[in-house]
Design a protein around this ligand. Structure first.
Ligand SMILES: Nc1ncnc2c1ncn2[C@@H]1O[C@H](COP(=O)(O)OP(=O)(O)OP(=O)(O)O)[C@@H](O)[C@H]1O
Ligand SMILES: [Mg+2]
Length: 659
C-alpha cells in the first residue's frame, strides 16, 4: 500500500491565518484551538495546496485576507507549503498566490491587474501544468479527497457516485448469483436471457395495463350487447320458418298462375282468328280492286292510245309549223336578194362605154398616134362589152337559181299548210275519241260500287270488329285477374317480410349471445393472463429483492460500522436505486450524530484505502465531537475545539504518549 504522510504544513496569510506551521512529523496529531482559531483553515490549506479547492470542494473561496469590514487587505503573499513523505520519499510542495500590480505609462501609482500563482516542487519552480501532473502522480484527486476527508464520501458526492464507488469496491451481484441463491427464481432465466429484469418489468407492466384496460372494457361491451338484444318472447323460429315456407310456396303458386294466364291470353285462338279474318278482308279488298281495274282496263287502254295519238299529232303540227316559219323566213330573204340582183342587172345593163385613154405617152410625153389610139379604143370597147355581157349573164344565172329556190320553198310551204290542216283534222278526230272513251270510262266507274259497299267486305269487317271486341273484353278481364293475383302476392310478400324481420331479430340475438360468450371467454383468458403476469411480477420483485439483499450484504460485509441502503421502496411497490449510508439503522443525512458521522466516514476511508491501496493523512475536523474515534492505519490530523486554546496548539503522537 502506498503511504503518504504529512511532515509539515506551513500557512502564510491563508484565509484568517496569518502564519502557522503544523509540525506533524508524519504521525498522528491533535490540533487544539478555540473557535475561529484556524483549524478548518489548516485542512483547507492542505487541499488548496494540492488541488486548488477547499475541504468543501469549493474552487472559489476566500484565500485572501479581509478586514473587519470585509475589505480585502492588499499586497499580501498568500502561501501554503507542505512537506510530505510518499512511500518514504520526502517531497516539498509550495504554492504562492499573490496580487499582480502594474504601473501604466504616465501613472505614478501602480494598479492591481490580477493575481499570479507560483508553484514549486522540492524548491524548484514549476509551471501550473507541471505541478498538476506531479500531484496527479502522487494521487488521483478524487481518491485523495475520499481518503483525506471523512465527510467527503457522504457529504460531497451525489448518491449515484457513491453507489458507483461501492459497486466498484465490492463488485456487483450477477443475475446468476441471485438465481443460485433462490431456486424459485429459476423460471426467470428465460426472461433474463432476452432482456434485463427492469426492462422486462416494464414490458409486464405495460401488458398488465393493456389487459386491465381490456378487462375494464369487456363488461361494458357485454352490457351494451345485453341491452341491445331484442325481446324474443313472442317469436318462435320454427313457426316463423314454417310460415315463411308456406308463403313461399303460395307466392310461387300464384306466380305460376299469373304466367299461365299471361301465356293463355297471348296465344288465344281468338287472336289467331282475328289475324285470319284481317287477311281475308285484305283479300276481298284486293280482289275487288282487281275486278274494278279489269272493268276499266280496256277503255283506259284505248283512251291512252287516243291520248298518245293526239299528242303525237300535236308534236307533228308543232314541227310542221316550225318548218313553215323557217321556210317563210328563207323565202323572204331570197326575195330580197332577187330584188337586189334585178336592180344590179338593170344598173349594169344601162352602163355606156367611155374611153378615157391619154393622148401622150406617159413615159416620154410624146402624143400617141391616132391609129394606136383608135386600136386602143376598139380594144377597150370590146373588153367593156365582154365583161358587161359576162356579168349580166352571171346575174341572170343567179336570179334564175334564186327564183327556182323560192318556188321550191313556196311549194313546200303550201304543202306544209295543207298537211297541217289535214293533221288538225286528225287531231280533232282523236280529241273526239278521247272524249268518247272518257265518257265510257266514267260510265263504267259510275256503274262500279266501292269495296266498302260490297256485302262480303262489310260482313268480314263486322266479323273482325266483333272479334276485336271480344279480345279486348277478354284481355281486360285477364288484366283484372292478374292484378288481383299480384295484390295477393304483394300481401304475402309483406307478411313474409315481417316474418323475416322476426328471423333477423332472432339471428341478431344469437349473434349477440355468441359475442357475449366470446367476450366472457376472452375475459377469463385475460384474467388468467393477468394472474400469470402478477406472478411473474412477483417473481421479478422477489428477484430484485434477493439481488438487493445479496448486494447489500456483500457491500456491508466490507465495512465494520457503515451500512448502505442501495434500494428504496417506491410508491408503486417497486424498488428504485439509491445509496444511503446508515449507522445502526440511522441514515447519515437524517439524524445521525456528529461522532457517528465521523466514525462512519473513517470506516468508509478504511475500506476505500484498502481498495485503492493508498493511505493518506486524514483531517478530522471537529474531532472533539468524538469520544472514541475508530482505528485507522492512516495518519490522523485531528482538529479539536478547545476554548482554552486561543491560539492553535499542536499535540504530536510522541507528545500525546508522553502526556
Ligand atoms: N479570508 C479571510 N480573511 C480573514 N479572516 C478569515 C478569512 N476566512 C476565514 N477567516 C476567519 O479565520 C478564522 C479561522 O477560521 P476557521 O474556520 O479556520 O476557524 P476554526 O478554528 O475552524 O473555527 P471553528 O472551531 O468555529 O470551526 C475565522 O475567524 C474566520 O472568520
Ligand atoms: Mg472549523
Amino acid at each position: 500500500m502506498k503511504k503518504i504522510t504529512l511532515e509539515k504544513l506551513q500557512l502564510t496569510n491563508f484565509k484568517g491565518v496569518k502564519s502557522f506551521t503544523l509540525d506533524a512529523a508524519g504521525g498522528n496529531v491533535k490540533v487544539y484551538g478555540d473557535n475561529a482559531t484556524g483549524k478548518t483553515s489548516l485542512a483547507d490549506a492542505f487541499v488548496w495546496l494540492l488541488f486548488d479547492k477547499d475541504t468543501s470542494n469549493q474552487k472559489e473561496f476566500g484565500i485572501k485576507q479581509v478586514d473587519e469590514n470585509n475589505k480585502v487587505i492588499h499586497g499580501l503573499d498568500h502561501e501554503v507549503s507542505a512537506v510530505l513523505r510518499v512511500d518514504g520519499k520526502t517531497i516539498q510542495l509550495s504554492k504562492l498566490y499573490k496580487e499582480k500590480w502594474t504601473k501604466h505609462k504616465g501613472n505614478i501609482e501602480s494598479v492591481m491587474t490580477g493575481h499570479t500563482t507560483e508553484y514549486s516542487v522540492n524548491g524548484v519552480p514549476q509551471k501550473k501544468t507541471e505541478y498538476t501532473k506531479f500531484i496527479e502522480k502522487i494521487a488521483d484527486e478524487e481518491v485523495f479527497k475520499l481518503l483525506t476527508n471523512p465527510s467527503y464520501f457522504n457529504e460531497q458526492l451525489k448518491w449515484e457516485k457513491r453507489r458507483e464507488i461501492l459497486m466498484e469496491v465490492c463488485g456487483d451481484v450477477t443475475d446468476e448469483d441471485v438465481i443460485d441463491s433462490n431456486t424459485e427464481l429459476a423460471s426467470l432465466l428465460g426472461v433474463l436471457e432476452e432482456r434485463a429484469i427492469e426492462d422486462h418489468k416494464k414490458v409486464v407492466a405495460s401488458s398488465k395495463k393493456k389487459i386491465n384496460d381490456e378487462l375494464e372494457r369487456i363488461p361494458v361491451r357485454i352490457d351494451e350487447l345485453n341491452k341491445g338484444m331484442a325481446d324474443l318472447s313472442d317469436l318462435n323460429e320454427a313457426e316463423i320458418n314454417e310460415e315463411l315456407q308456406f308463403f313461399k310456396t303460395e307466392i310461387n303458386r300464384l306466380e305460376d298462375q299469373k304466367s299461365d294466364i299471361r301465356n293463355g291470353a297471348s296465344a288465344s285462338e281468338k287472336k289467331n282468328k282475328l289475324y285470319a279474318l284481317e287477311n281475308e278482308l285484305q283479300t276481298i279488298k284486293h280482289n275487288h280492286t282487281k275486278y274494278m281495274s279489269d272493268q276499266t282496263l280496256q277503255v283506259e287502254k284505248v283512251l291512252n292510245e287516243a291520248k298518245r295519238a293526239q299528242q303525237n299529232i300535236q308534236y307533228e303540227i308543232q314541227d310542221l309549223g316550225e318548218e313553215k316559219n323557217r321556210l317563210n323566213g328563207r323565202v323572204n330573204f331570197m326575195e330580197n336578194e332577187r330584188k337586189q340582183l334585178l336592180e344590179k342587172y338593170h344598173s349594169l345593163n344601162g352602163q355606156e362605154f367611155e374611153f378615157s385613154q391619154e393622148c401622150s405617152c406617159p413615159a416620154c410625153g410624146q402624143d400617141l398616134p391616132e391609129d394606136k389610139l383608135n386600136a386602143a379604143r376598139e380594144k377597150s370597147l370590146e373588153q367593156f362589152n365582154l365583161s358587161k355581157a359576162n356579168e349580166l349573164d352571171s346575174i341572170k344565172e343567179k336570179g334564175v337559181s334564186l327564183k327556182a329556190d323560192i318556188q321550191k320553198a313556196s311549194d313546200r310551204i303550201a304543202e306544209i299548210k295543207s298537211t297541217i290542216e289535214q293533221r288538225q283534222k286528225d287531231q280533232q278526230i282523236e280529241a273526239d275519241h278521247i272524249a268518247k272513251y272518257q265518257k265510257e270510262l266514267a260510265d263504267i266507274k259510275d256503274g262500279l260500287v266501292p269495296v266498302e259497299e260490297v256485302p262480303a267486305y262489310q260482313d268480314k269487317l263486322k266479323e273482325i270488329t266483333s272479334l276485336k271486341e271480344e279480345i279486348s273484353n277478354a284481355s281486360e278481364s285477364v288484366a283484372d285477374e292478374m292484378s288481383e293475383i299480384q295484390s295477393k302476392i304483394d300481401e304475402l310478400k309483406d307478411q313474409a317480410e315481417k316474418l323475416q324481420v322476426g328471423l333477423a331479430k332472432i339471428k341478431q340475438h344469437e349473434q349477440s349471445r355468441a359475442r357475449i360468450k366470446e367476450l366472457e371467454d376472452e375475459e377469463r383468458k385475460l384474467a388468467k393472463k393477468f394472474e400469470q403476469l402478477n406472478k411473474e411480477e412477483f417473481l421479478m420483485d422477489e428477484f430484485v429483492r434477493t439481488k438487493v439483499n445479496l448486494l447489500e450484504e456483500k457491500i456491508n460485509s466490507k465495512f465494520k460500522h457503515a451500512r448502505f441502503k442501495l434500494f428504496k421502496d417506491q410508491v408503486n411497490g417497486g424498488l428504485a436505486e439509491t445509496c444511503k449510508t446508515t449507522f445502526k439503522g440511522v441514515e447519515y443525512d437524517a439524524g445521525l450524530n456528529n461522532a457517528a458521522r465521523i466514525n462512519v466516514g473513517l470506516d468508509i476511508i478504511n475500506t476505500l484505502s484498502e481498495h485503492y491501496g493508498l493511505s493518506a493523512p486524514i483531517f478530522v475536523d471537529n474531532s472533539e465531537a468524538v469520544t472514541k474515534i475508530i482505528d485507522t492505519n492512516a495518519q490522523m490530523i485531528n482538529l479539536l475545539v478547545s476554548e482554552q486554546d486561543k491560539k492553535l496548539r499542536v499535540e504530536t503522537e510522541a507528545l500525546q504518549e508522553v502526556i
